[in-house]
Design a protein around this ligand. Sequence first.
Ligand SMILES: Cc1cc2nc3c(=O)[nH]c(=O)nc-3n(C[C@H](O)[C@H](O)[C@H](O)COP(=O)(O)OP(=O)(O)OC[C@H]3O[C@@H](n4cnc5c(N)ncnc54)[C@H](O)[C@@H]3O)c2cc1C
Length: 416
Amino acid sequence: MSNADDAPIFDAEAFRLTAQERELTARARELGQTRFAARAGIFDREARFPTENYADLREAGLLGVCVPAAYGGLGADYRAYALTAAEIGRYCGATALTFNMHVCSCLWTGPLADTLDMTDAERAAHEQRRAKHYARIVDDGAVYAQPFSEGGSAAAGAVPFATTAVREGAGWRLNGRKIFASLAGHADYYGILCTEADAAGQLARRNTLYVAVPASAPGLRVEGDWDPLGMRGTVSRTLVLEDVVVGAEEALMPAGFYYQGAVRWPHMFLTLTPTYLGIAQAAYDFTVRYLRGEVPGQKGDKRRDNAVKQHNVAQMRLMLEQTKCLWFQVVSEARVDPGREMMLRAWAAQYSVMENANEMTQLAIRTCGGQSMLKSLPLERLYRDSRCGSLMLPWNADICLERIGHDALYLPGEND
Ligand SMILES: Cc1cc2nc3c(=O)[nH]c(=O)nc-3n(C[C@H](O)[C@H](O)[C@H](O)COP(=O)(O)OP(=O)(O)OC[C@H]3O[C@@H](n4cnc5c(N)ncnc54)[C@H](O)[C@@H]3O)c2cc1C
């Protein structure tokens, strides 16, 4: 049995997927099975960006997966995207995680922006600017990165971004530094989060700007090396912006609307999870195949008749089913202005996917045994990649626990 036999992560009938979800997940799985799976080890070993996979995503039309249909894209909504990305993550974590950064530029500006309160003039200006942004993706095959993180607590949502934007004509002059900028040196545009100082020179989160900086912009450079534990193909190096000047047309959202979106559409921060749900599924799939003696190139016999191994597979299956069901519910209910219960579930899903993916890969290695962790097989990469999930802001594992614990005990407005 090989990857080509993989069933969908979410059975279309059982989970009542839409026709579009069935089609997109099938398209992603086909690419994953036939192209990404075989390359994943190479990108990992060389800590190299998966350029070849992006050529395939482009050819399959998936770069425009969340570009609204009116602008020539596939018009997928949040859930259709999440299901599609999980299938990609199953075969190459680094591709799925970087693809998420790209797709988020379309989700923020598209389905999410459509639910925010804009005046007619703001909406018209946004339509005009996003048309240009989408044309780059649909017509030119452009790839966007999403560098938010700066090393402090801005990416956790606690303070304003320290990267600044100062008015320059109709546009802005940007200065700052972004760490862990996935796709660094490989994106065509960087969707930069920065803060425009108010009249008193103060930085405030509500004055966050979200602007696209072309890779060729003078003053933009990539620096530092990239030799991490996992997710090595993301090439998340440091991005430095020194007096980078961008025009007003590069605003990905009207001023103030990124902040409104972040507050009113918190499920956007869950978009890192599909990658890791895919990894959890991959760890389970591998373990079953390995114990059945069906992994191509596997040395040794079947190992499925051992009761302890059967017990461990049961543990993995339980964890996978629980994680999948919680995640599916949460991505199904993602919406503007979610209620308190939805938020508690969202943090629980984020925590569960990120931690369970790693726990499942650990159990997979223990269960399959010594030979399964050789670098010629994918399990040790899944183990390293999965460790990265719960470090990612703004909803790292500790922040999720903190919020669940607090909000479970305090109703809005209550404090001691
Ligand atoms: C493989 C990989 C790819 C990534 N790609 C991107 C990308 O494309 N774009 C991007 O923007 N980022 C990306 N990141 C960065 C990621 O989202 C985090 O910002 C980063 O991992 C944080 O690292 P740190 O060492 O600064 O973390 P930490 O030190 O954990 O967090 C930084 C700060 O956040 C605050 N904080 C952390 N935890 C808490 C808490 N429990 N309560 C209150 N405050 C807290 C604190 O002020 C802390 O100093 C990537 C990370 C990885 C691992």
